[in-house]
Design a protein around this ligand. Structure first.
Ligand code: ZN
Ligand code: ZN
Length: 254
């Protein structure tokens, strides 16, 4: 498996792109502005998009991705997500006001994309990669994903804050080589983190004690402009781990 980081910032500005991870050549996990880093040719190979939640920084480029490649794909792209997340896309994005309803265009029988509901714990297998949905806690219904193949396993938290459910779900899995976990805010913004349901370095460090695996850690989704403060605070609080900071453009191989 090869995971390419298309976007991993909590915002935009300069070369920052919002969350999107490309798993091999055909699967996206979230589709924020990082999707714009793909060439047209690369976009045309995308067959599945797994969405963590409905916030714009994670879905903003789905409409433009579809519009850029609709005439070169022959089978629908499948958008996977919780029912409530897909309902939000239907109501607020593909509603023929913000964007055309590509789930019935050009024809209802062979549209550009189709929705596929998934619930926490469900597993979708695509060419030897098993992708399952993980529970998390965020300000809107949200999930993370666990991806495993014969080569190894990793997890992506999506957006989350303090919780027990993500960590116990991971503890039930046999293997965890690395985890990509969000840390949106610096320690001084803990109150804001509580409100917006995002981690700060200290809060994440406390939650990591619930994890029984000892994976390599990649921090993601930093607030733009304070990345170096968040990194320094993570180094202070999270010790004894192989700690890394995800950067746009990097590729992680398993
Ligand atoms: Zn969010
Ligand atoms: Zn986000």
């Amino acid at each position: 498996m090869r995971l390419r980081v298309l976007g991993c910032s909590g915002g935009i500005g300069g070369d920052r792109r919002t969350t999107s991870l490309a798993l091999d050549h055909d699967v996206l996990i979230d589709a924020g502005s990082g999707v714009g880093n793909l060439s047209l040719e690369e976009m045309s190979h995308i067959r599945h998009i797994f969405i963590t939640h409905s916030h714009l920084d994670h879905i903003a480029f789905i409409p433009m991705l579809l519009d850029s490649i609709f005439d070169v794909i022959s089978t629908p792209i499948i958008i996977h997500g919780q029912a409530v997340t897909l309902a939000a896309l239907r109501a607020h994005i593909f509603n023929n006001v913000i964007w055309p309803d590509f789930s019935v265009l050009p024809t209802a029988d062979n549209p550009v994309f189709r929705y596929e509901e998934m619930a926490v714990g469900d597993v979708v297998e695509i060419d030897g990669r098993r992708i399952s949905m993980l529970p998390v806690i965020h300000s809107v219904p949200a999930v993370g994903y666990y991806v495993e193949s014969d080569a190894g396993a990793f997890a992506f938290s999506g957006d989350t804050s303090v919780n027990d459910i993500l960590w116990s779900a991971l503890n039930e899995r046999p293997r965890l080589d690395f985890i990509i976990v969000e840390t949106a805010f610096e320690d001084k913004d803990e109150a804001l983190g509580k409100l917006a349901k995002h981690y700060t370095p200290q809060v994440l460090a406390r939650d990591l004690k619930k994890l029984q695996h000892h994976p390599k850690i990649y921090i993601t989704h930093n607030k733009p402009g304070v990345e170096s403060i968040i990194a320094e605070e993570c180094r202070q609080h999270i010790q004894g781990y192989d700690l890394n900071f995800l950067s746009g453009g990097e590729t992680i191989a398993l």
